[in-house]
Design a binder for this molecule. Structure first.
Ligand SMILES: NC(=O)c1ccc[n+]([C@@H]2O[C@H](COP(=O)([O-])OP(=O)(O)OC[C@H]3O[C@@H](n4cnc5c(N)ncnc54)[C@H](OP(=O)(O)O)[C@@H]3O)[C@@H](O)[C@H]2O)c1
Length: 278
């Protein structure tokens, strides 16, 4: 099939280069990222941490970290764990180490049995200290229902030196739920229906400069719809899962979000892609 065959091009704009000059027409701007010639391993801590993340005016830098299968599934039987592996967990630790606060939806907390972030290894911990960040990121859970178990690991495994996790909830929640959580969390009740824009603004007012959202797809969709995603760290798992879910739940975005790829790392068959919003 020729390069200008309509069946090959589908509906994409035709490459202006002449197919008679394949060196120009095919190779322009193409780089191989894997496999590369044998060389030293890269330091993912340096790749992720030693870049600027300037907080936009009035809000933190918002970074989303998700793992998805090649066919964009974000869970297997309701859990993200089967998509991951050792390499993915290590990168998760590197990316978590960037955050002042880790923001997560209550659906994910309940499904995954979320726990507080662990103390990072020295390479990340040293950078956190240099940046003036706490030893560990603080958690913030978004839950309109406040249907969270106060005895869950999320609260019970909290380091006593750390501030309690935030729980953002809506007005009108059953008072007994708020009472149960108030001893283990810093509960923030919205005036009415909870809006992620207000959650992000509130965290900014509390001094949060780097906010990491770890999902789930419902929460990520709200952040993206509000234009609040600055960076996406996507781990592509070498799996095909099937099913319909993707990185963002719900309706399509009002306008597609344009991204700029800044790096791709690979380990153990995973791709670790970092994108910035344009
Ligand atoms: N692959 C990955 O990287 C990854 C990451 C995270 C999660 N996951 C998977 O995603 C699934 C869960 O995702 P999900 O989309 O169902 O859940 P989610 O986004 O984690 O949480 C949805 C819940 O968060 C609360 N919430 C979100 N926005 C709210 C708002 N504006 N106001 C009030 N409450 C709000 C609500 O909690 P209430 O019901 O308490 O009101 C809602 O039911 C799980 O299977 C998990 O394994 C995958």
């Amino acid at each position: 099939m020729a390069v200008d065959d309509p069946r090959f091009l589908h509906s994409r704009p035709q490459d202006p280069a002449s197919p008679d000059q394949p060196g120009d027409g095919y190779r322009r701007d193409v780089q191989q990222v894997f496999p590369l010639p044998a060389g030293d391993d890269v330091d993912p801590v340096a790749v992720y941490h030693d870049v600027e993340r300037p907080a936009p005016a009035g809000r933190p830098w918002v970074l989303v970290n998700m793992v998805a299968s090649v066919d964009r599934a974000t869970d297997v039987d309701g859990l993200s764990g089967p998509l991951g592996g050792d390499a993915d967990r290590r990168l998760l630790g590197v990316v978590r180490g960037l955050a002042d606060v880790v923001l997560v939806g209550a659906g994910t907390v309940r499904a995954e049995g979320y726990r507080p972030p662990l103390t990072p290894a020295a390479a990340v911990g040293g950078r956190r200290a240099t940046r003036g960040q706490a030893v560990r990121p603080r958690l913030a859970v978004v839950s309109g229902s406040a249907d969270l178990d106060p005895s869950a690991a999320l609260f019970a495994d909290q380091d006593p030196d750390d501030p309690a996790p935030f729980v953002y909830t809506s007005a009108g929640v059953a008072p007994d739920r708020l009472t149960g959580l108030s001893g283990v969390a810093e509960v923030v009740v919205a005036d009415g229906v909870l809006d992620v824009v207000e959650v992000v603004a509130d965290l900014h007012d509390r001094g949060v400069g780097t906010l990491l959202c770890e999902g789930g797809p419902g929460l990520v969709a709200q952040l993206a719809s509000a234009g609040l995603v600055d960076e996406l760290c996507l781990s592509v798992s070498p799996l095909i899962v099937g099913g319909g879910a993707g990185l963002l739940a719900g309706a399509p975005l009002p306008t597609p979000m344009s991204l700029r790829l800044t790096h791709v790392l690979t380990a153990d068959g995973f791709l670790f892609c970092r994108y910035l919003a344009r």
